[in-house]
Design a protein around this ligand. Structure first.
Ligand SMILES: NC(=O)c1ccc[n+]([C@@H]2O[C@H](COP(=O)([O-])OP(=O)(O)OC[C@H]3O[C@@H](n4cnc5c(N)ncnc54)[C@H](OP(=O)(O)O)[C@@H]3O)[C@@H](O)[C@H]2O)c1
Length: 254
């Protein structure tokens, strides 16, 4: 796989999809900057990269806190130089069932899944604009296709992220900066480990990372997978509201 980047920052690189993306990017010769909150896990990912001959720089940071996010990015840019590729992957999927809705919990999720992507983009975009090249990738979700019962807050953060990326893409296209919105279905990671609802067409994180990076290498606008789940969600998007209201909760939360 040929990735047209020398340096990349991956947020949420301490586990799951982010850790796999970091390993595969490093194996393709990209110098990677890793950030997340858990230092031990981040260092473990960095060690596997360095043991395999790659270059990895680590900076812990809390995506819910702009000051912490900015400081982590400053440290990573200091260690790597200008960033060619940003993969904004950090995310959380807290329960947001309407019957026990918490505005505070929702706000926390918005800060991690959406606002922090803004701080990440702000940290790398000026240098990309100056150099006239770069790539911004955001890990959204198929849950952004429609407000999902039980995950209304999560769906909202991911729909917001998709819209943010699409608007930026159309503007940055002319500046030679590509923007990719990734919409995975279920991926086997700590986030899906509780198995609280149906998880059809589940795939492993290394396969998901390969699909994502293939799309990144091609500068794709969107990477949506796996296709059977994309098909189901496209049909769900077309469903009239009266039908959706009657069956969606039972389908998603049996
Ligand atoms: N797994 C799926 O089925 C699936 C499907 C669609 C989309 N996604 C998206 O894929 C992305 C990666 O998720 P995953 O499945 O790989 O789950 P994961 O293994 O739980 O990874 C989530 C990553 O985000 C980081 N993170 C969470 N809260 C953070 C915070 N406050 N500050 C900094 N980093 C934080 C975590 O690191 P720390 O805990 O160390 O901070 C971890 O590295 C997420 O955006 C998720 O929404 C996942």
């Amino acid at each position: 796989m040929r990735i047209g980047a020398e340096t990349a920052i991956i947020t949420g690189a301490s586990s799951g999809i982010g850790a796999e993306l970091a390993r595969q990017l490093a194996a393709a010769g990209v110098r990677v900057g890793l950030t997340a909150r858990r230092e031990v896990e981040l260092e473990a990912v960095a060690r596997t990269i360095r043991d395999a001959g790659g270059v990895a720089v680590v900076a812990t940071g809390d995506a819910a806190d702009p000051t912490s996010t900015r400081a982590a990015f400053a440290r990573l840019i200091d260690g790597l130089g200008p960033i060619d590729l940003l993969i904004a992957n950090a995310g959380t999927g807290a329960d947001s069932r309407a019957v026990r809705f918490s505005a505070e919990g929702f706000d926390h999720m918005v800060r991690i899944n959406l606002t922090s992507v803004g701080y990440a983009i702000e940290a790398v975009l000026p240098s990309m604009l100056e150099r006239g090249r770069g790539q911004i990738v955001g890990i959204s979700s198929l849950a952004s296709y429609r407000g999902l019962p039980g995950s209304a807050g999560y769906s909202a953060t991911k729909a917001g992220l998709t819209a943010l990326l699409e608007g930026m893409r159309a503007e940055l296209f002319a500046k030679n900066i590509s923007v990719t919105a990734v919409h995975p279905g279920f991926v086997r990671t700590p986030m899906t480990a509780d198995g609280g609802h149906r998880q059809p067409f589940m795939m492993d994180a290394d396969r998901a990372a390969r699909i994502i990076l293939r799309g990144v290498a091609r500068g794709k606008r969107r990477v949506d997978f796996p296709w059977p789940m994309v098909g189901v969600l496209r049909l769900v998007q077309l469903m009239p509201g009266w039908l959706y209201d009657r069956i969606a909760d039972r389908l998603v939360n049996p």
